[in-house]
Design a protein around this ligand. Structure first.
Ligand code: SAM
Length: 403
């Protein structure tokens, strides 16, 4: 089985909380009628995220129906994305919270809190002594109201935390936040919305101001939708930021402070994760007629931090998988970005693999981090021939426990 790390699944209490909210809101409706209401709204939201891309306060943050549709359907997926990023920061990149004193978290464009709660619960599971303070900002007061309610109702999941919410238009107000430093700054699928149709220069300036709010070992985790434009933009931006600030480093998705090479070359691929997630019963039920792809989460992300990142081999012996695992011409092959920030194609002959070994390797996911031993290089220095199954190990290939 492929797994370097088993992570706990999305909490059932959260799933139940959102559904209970819907039942309370439409107490005179039967289950099927509520499901249909939510489904219609989900189709709208899906179009808004993927096609129309019109975001304003009236778009979905101001109506109960929209928030309940998001909460019951999309919330777990966002939760999984942020959960995974923090797992990478903590277990693979060695992000350490401060020894004592509070852990301060800032969630920007928090909405009703999918990213906030993924992080609060993750920290709660680490059983830390530190108190945890989370500030959640969004221009949707209604969403923030839901966030507060969830926090209060499910206290067991984030026992040591206190939260504060603020209603704020983030395009203009960030610069006022100067004195407080944060150990974790989160932006879960919000950056692209906040800065839709804005100039790159403005985005850069804003991000630069934001990174100044990081504490000395703080990290900023930005998760974006997996469309090419958002991902390429995120990686251009992070590359720009580390070259203009001496004390800012890129911890992930790649290695040794290297930016994403796929922003400037003509690769078929661009940086993003494709992760299988356990689908909750409620999402499954809502999704029956919609048939949306809810058993995986796709997203682009980066982690920026003030401390020098952990060091890895500066070559092709470590890589992050950025393509599907393809079966072609008698080989299994995939594209990976190596420890030197270069794009490599890795190939393993299927005749050198037993059936169960092939099965295992095809379960590798886009985003897994692999170590490759004894890879052979020929004339083409970007092609790595992997001799056998034993040459491949996966130091970071997290999976969630079965629901
Ligand atoms: C896709 S939602 C993501 C919500 C949340 N981060 C999550 O993980 O589920 C984007 C959020 O950004 C907020 N947003 C968009 N533009 C904003 C702005 N100019 N100022 C503040 N919040 C904004 C929206 O209200 C919404 O809650």
């Amino acid at each position: 089985m492929i797994s370097s790390l088993q992570l706990p699944t999305y909490p059932q209490e959260l799933e139940a909380w959102w559904w209970q909210k819907a039942l309370t809101k439409w107490s005179d409706h039967g289950e099927e009628k509520i499901l249909n209401l939510l489904r219609r709204e989900i189709v709208e939201q899906s179009d808004r995220f993927n096609k129309k891309r019109i975001f304003d306060l009236g778009a979905y943050g101001s109506r109960d129906l929209s928030i309940l549709a998001y909460g019951n359907f999309f919330f777990p997926r966002t939760w999984y994305a942020m959960n995974l990023c923090l797992a990478e920061a903590h277990f693979f990149r060695s992000w350490k919270k401060s020894q004592k004193g509070p852990i301060r978290i800032l969630d920007l464009g928090s909405g009703s809190g999918a990213s906030s709660f993924a992080v609060l619960q993750f920290l709660n599971n680490l059983d830390l002594d530190n108190p945890i303070f989370l500030n959640a900002y969004d221009y949707s007061g209604k969403s923030l109201g839901f966030l507060e309610q969830i926090h209060g109702a499910l206290k067991r999941l984030w026992a040591k935390s206190k939260i504060q919410t603020k209603r704020l238009d983030l395009t203009s107000n960030l610069t006022k936040e100067k004195n407080q430093k944060y150990d974790l700054i989160l932006m879960g699928y919000s950056f692209n919305e906040i800065f839709e149709r804005r100039e790159m220069e403005e985005k850069e300036k804003w991000m630069e101001d934001l990174t100044r709010l990081l504490s000395s070992n703080g990290i900023l985790i930005v998760v974006e939708p997996a469309n090419k434009k958002s991902c390429q933009e995120l990686h251009s931006l992070s590359s720009q930021l580390i070259s203009s600030q001496n004390e800012l480093f890129l911890h992930a998705p790649y290695f040794n402070n290297h930016s994403c090479p796929l922003i400037s070359n003509s690769s078929k691929y661009y940086s993003h994760e494709v992760r299988k997630i356990p689908i909750t019963n409620r999402v499954q039920k809502i999704n029956i007629p919609l048939n949306l792809e809810m058993n995986q989460v796709k997203f682009g992300f980066c982690i920026l931090g003030k401390q020098k990142p952990k060091s890895y081999a500066f070559d092709s012996t470590i890589c992050r998988v950025v393509s599907p695992i393809n079966k072609k011409k008698g080989t299994l092959n995939f594209i990976g970005i190596g420890g030197n920030g270069m794009e490599y194609r890795y190939e393993i002959q299927r005749r050198d693999l037993k059936n169960d070994e092939t099965k295992i390797l095809t379960k590798l996911e886009r985003g897994d981090i692999l170590k490759i031993k004894n890879g052979l290089v020929g004339k083409d220095l970007t092609l790595i021939r992997v001799p056998n199954f034993e040459s491949v190990t996966w130091p970071f290939a997290p999976r969630w426990e079965k629901a």
